[in-house]
Design a protein. Sequence first.
Length: 690
Amino acid sequence: MLALFCVCVLVWAVDNGRSTSEAWHLPTVYNGDAHEILARIQASSEGNLLPLRPQKVDRLGAPFVADWSAYPTPEKIPLHLLGLIARATDVFFAANCGLAIAFGLSAVAFYWVVRRWLGARWEWAAAGGLLFAFNYSIYHRGLAHFSFALAWVVPLGLLAGWLVARSRRLAWGSAGMWTCFVAAAALGCHNTYYLFFWLPLIGWAWLAQWFGPRRPANLAIGATAVAIALGAFLAANFEFWIYSASSDARPLLERNYGGTELYALKAIELFIPPAAHRADALAFLGQRYYRWTEWKGEGYLPYLGLVGIVAFGWLLWQTVPRLLRGRALPGPMLTTGWLLAFGAAGGITNFLAFFGGLFVFRATNRIGIFIAAIVLAFFVTRISRLSRGWPGWVRLGAALAVAAIGLADQLPRPSASARTEIASRVASDRAFGAELERRLPAGAAIFQLPVLPFPEVKPPWRLHDYEHFRLYLATRTLRFSYGAMKFRPRVRWQQELEALAPAQIARRLERYGFSALAVNRQGYEDAAEGLLRALAAAGYREQLASPLGGQVVVLLHPVSEPELPLARSFTLGLGWHNRPINGVRWAYGPASLLYYNALPRPIAVRIELRLQVPDARELRLHHGAAQLAAVQATPGTVTLEVARAELAPGLNVLHLDSNEGIRSAKTGGQLRTFAIESSTVLPLGPPPSS
């Protein structure tokens, strides 16, 4: 198994051009979601994001601390281990180690399952392990979806289901029991999609045992495995349940039913090569699919690969005669059939989403990795039996040929230009980060424009999501405004500040203690020329540009005793529709308004809400048990005012409700109680100081 692991790491290194020490200190991807993964590794290397602790990042969310506790990430242990590597080396080297190890573990786990438990010969088990590890749907996600690269839990999870359903030797204290428990614990603290796909499988395995042999050990071990998986899931997301700031805030990851159809598994995609396939004839099929299909979901097709397709056909060939003769179907086909029914468009997950509101697991095309594991395991066990009488050198040669063909099919075309571009951008960021740390004192705060909350927002113009992490990755001593959670009142002041004139932005930031203003030119149609000229005209002429010119940092002159920023409006919490209509946001029942008081003492504020109602009704504003104000409203715009209210330190939740019920809009069928046009929260008294 060690040899297989080393071969897998070597294949990964060669395919990604990691042939020199310098290459190992460059990321495989340097945009989009990859920046978030790199930032998590960086934060872990600095002692943040520890398991079972509040998920706070000291150098993000300035002048505060970014609190990511409400953003569950179950794979904290692998990221923490990579953080330890990054502390001794750098974040890019750690990320490369993480990817290489992840794919190596996937190959070894598959090999161990089919060799130890299913009786496959070693050469075929090794070939299957390589093909599973480099399965297109997982390998092409790479660093951007690092948690999916940890697919070693999939073959273990499938084995656990088989043991519970069929094994006659499963007993307390046996190797099978420990396999089930390790698989369950690993699934619970890795990517949640894998747990979501596995739980029904282990449930079916338990039912098969219950309505079949009904062995007490199998039933008890199966139930215990489920309990372990759920317990591990709760522990891995402990901070979400304990340290999340407010249950009244909107969910960070908003999903809808449409997404469960768009990103569902389309069975045909299991057999369609990617548009970027290295063979032009196969790439043509992928390109045709993208031209013809109306439903373009994730770019990572659940392509089984040529060997996987042959394996699927072989499994189907064995299934159809059994089906026609009324005999029991092969176990691999029963499992595959369930996975297709569960994850396919219009399938069971769509029922769960539509009738049960389970939108969060929208991308069920990711179930393809389970199908790939099943058909590859079927293939290597059957070919092992078929080749039992072959000479050893013939069997080894055939396995090598299958592995070579499969890898050539699944690995992407080499792209030297992409690697050169990544190296250029990383070198620019490193040089720029070093220059900033020379010019600014340790702990200096830098405000970043355009303002982007975190995570998953649509950036303006040509800016990519998470790109603001680049300066964070390139420095060790500076703090940045980016990283504050979206839909949270703590980030509201940033959005209000961005709307001011450039000179006002700079002066306000100086009052807040910021030492610099970082501008990413890709976020502006004019490459931020107007903004930078206005700042220079206002006296802020000391502007540092990155070597590639995409980022500019304007030096400021922070006051010695800075103020803490306070928002001038509310953040909408639960109870509001996601999107505004004609500039107003309608509520579908009682709704919450959130405000964050950054000061260590209560503040007095004046509140003004401009509201709309669908019909005559009374509107009431509450803060805790106290009613702050009420107004009798008629259709049109109405103003609800509170001359003076006291807001406690930290998070304040206000509730707006009505004495009338919900109304359905005449067009679109949207449920409505009232709408908000704008809100004003004006602090009364002297400026807040830190």
